[in-house]
Ligand binder design. Sequence first.
Ligand code: PLP
Length: 815
Amino acid sequence: MFSDKDSFKQAYLTKLIEGEGITPDEASLWDKFSALVVLMKEKMSLYRAINRNSISPGKQVYYFSMEFLIGKLLHNYLVNFQIEDLVREGLSELDINLDDLLEQEADPGLGNGGLGRLAACFLDSMAFLGIGGHGNGIRYQYGLFEQKIVAGNQVEVADNWLKNGYPWETRKPEKAIVVKFKGNVRTEVKEGRVAFYHENYEAVLAVPYDVPIASYDNPLYINNLRLWSAETTCGELDLACFNRGEFDQATSYKSEVESISYILYPDDSSRAGRELRLKQEYFFVAAGLGSIVRSYKKRNNLSSLQDFSRRVAVHINDTHPVMCIPELIRILIDEEGMGWDEAWNITVNTLSFTNHTIMPEAMEKWPIDMVKSLLPRIYQIIEEIDRRFKEDLKRRFLDKEEVINNTQILKDGYVRMANLAIIGSSSVNGVAQLHTEILKKEVFKEFYRIFSYKFNNKTNGVNYRRFLLAANPKLSSLITEAIGPTWKEDAGELRKLHGLKDDPSFLEQLAKVKYENKCRLAEKVKAKQGIDLDPMSIFDVQVKRIHAYKRQLLNVLKIMHLYNKALNDPESLTGSQTFIFGGKAAPSYHYAKTVIKLIYALSQKIEHNPKVSEKLKVIFLENFNVTQAELIYPAANISEQISTASKEASGTGNMKFMMNGALTLGTLDGANVEIKEAVGEENSFIFGLTAEQVLNYTRNGGYKPWDEYHASADIRRCVDQLSRGFFDNMGEEFRVLYDSLMIYNDEFFVLKDFRSYLEMHEKLQTLYLNQEEWNRISLVNIAESGIFSSDRTIREYADKIWKIKYRTINNLTCS
Ligand SMILES: *Cc1c(COP(=O)(O)O)cnc(C)c1O
């Protein structure tokens, strides 16, 4: 194993020649990339083996998530093992450019956005903190589509991320699990108890692929992300399987089975009520729990699961994996022979649940008939949970009609997954203070009365070693020069930067780094999309999924207003501004796709008007993903976090911008509230309705967008421009946006917040003229961003939910 440049070169060449059977001259960039990955993987396996022999395994955490948006791994792992420089130099002596190899890696799009990215950040922090914490998910053959913009229209291209293979993964066929669908349940009284037999089922083989998870400066802790792939239970050449029926039938059976892990559903924050989605959910739950139970018995040399919840924690990321609850009960009763009460207690004590949304359209529910036919035994167990829960309410005199209505699992022909999750787990957490309060007071207020002890808050965090240390090397060096390197392990140390608040030369260096990051982004944009960005202009950035509640439309209306202003009098605009958008729209989400089109139309309109284009520029960056994100966050001056208050549970983009020194222009929503508290009122730029005001309007009515329309000529002009005459040849195109505001009563209060948004934006423009003050505020944002490290979040989960120990970092103070 290598430890310096020369031993690295030796090991690398050996790998290339032995592994690929080629000399460096013959090898393609892909071969060279793969060889480096394989070398890193072997390094990690070795560490893992050492760890296994030296540390007794404590309680293990399994993080179940439908999505893991992990991003590219190679560069991060070189940073984490602190070998980037020696590898770079070693390769360069072999005439290989490391950056060329990094380019080769696929960015696995196994998630839609924030939820999947959170899961990935948590894996890093668990490894960093020395927690045996593993991910459990699905190995989608196709990830989230790749986005192309053609004449302003989003075009979805399949994300064939596995086409060259994925060298980080290891297939473990010997660890496969059989997952059973459909069929019927036969009961039999045996030795005085009822036994359940699931018969005539369709078997699907779940085959795991493992990806090693390694964090910073903790090489002995290599965790595992296990992703499941669906295959038929017969081998490809098992003729018996094909001979049983028609060949056609056999192949269609094969593709039906494989379809389970074929593709990720591209809907963010909304339900996809299709049977295949339900199959996916049960598939990775059953596979994951099956393999956990098997390795639990082996690891602990036990035949009973009595102590399961003391040694295993299963966390479910949103309701998608909630079938963990009935599935674990099924295992304990049907396979382990336990009675209901024991199985129930173990299950509840093992499971914990994170809620991610309060939006009604995102609350998962499944038709009872579908669940019943696809998962007959699981459905029986859900029925029993529901029955016992209602009985319990009665016993506690809590069975008022409104309580039952809002808490029962089975209602109006549907299984309501959030209710199952709350009843069947020991902890329910929201993802930011405000969000958790809304859960307790509004969405789950009946549950909060029944189970107040289960509810708690865990404000999200992000992997700052990815989004600051690795993504922003220039800022990282500057920080290290100023306060030493310990911040890389303890983000709370960033507070020491406050000491440089009044150091003009440091503030100037900070501005220089920002400028260079803007140049880096501009170069990439030029190369990819052929568009010039002016790094001297202010970069005002909104990158995230396109969604009505995130209000990209509000941002666009603001720019339309600035356009109108510039037409009248170009001098009325201070400085020059670049508005950067990015984000994918769900393919079936017409409104969101129209917003993309609108951004494009506006950028064209501005481009064609030289008087305005000197001051304003609008660009839509294609295909926003983790790789793009790592380029964009470090280059932003302004972070647009403008969701309708109460709608964004937490947000994590807001945190990534903040730690890279952008100033937040946002509403009091999600974690923006906590960002404001951290940096102080004077260093954050907050506008708009509060969550309470929004919820009041929603409850009592009283908001009339027409009042806003009539009250302001500026608003009227922009809104009218949506509907007619402004955008050439696009007469009716934006009707859906106009209608959302004026016909469907502006559900997200765009017009209501318009004025205060403009004012706050203008305040920022003026502030930018005072560079020193701007840079000072930027510094305060970086200095206070430590609390948004996912290390802090995971320490809280470990202390309060999972009840598990973690390593303390070199006696440093932890934030
Ligand atoms: C952080 C991140 C998100 C979440 O962004 P929000 O602004 O919180 O919605 C989505 N996608 C990617 C690729 C990210 O890195």
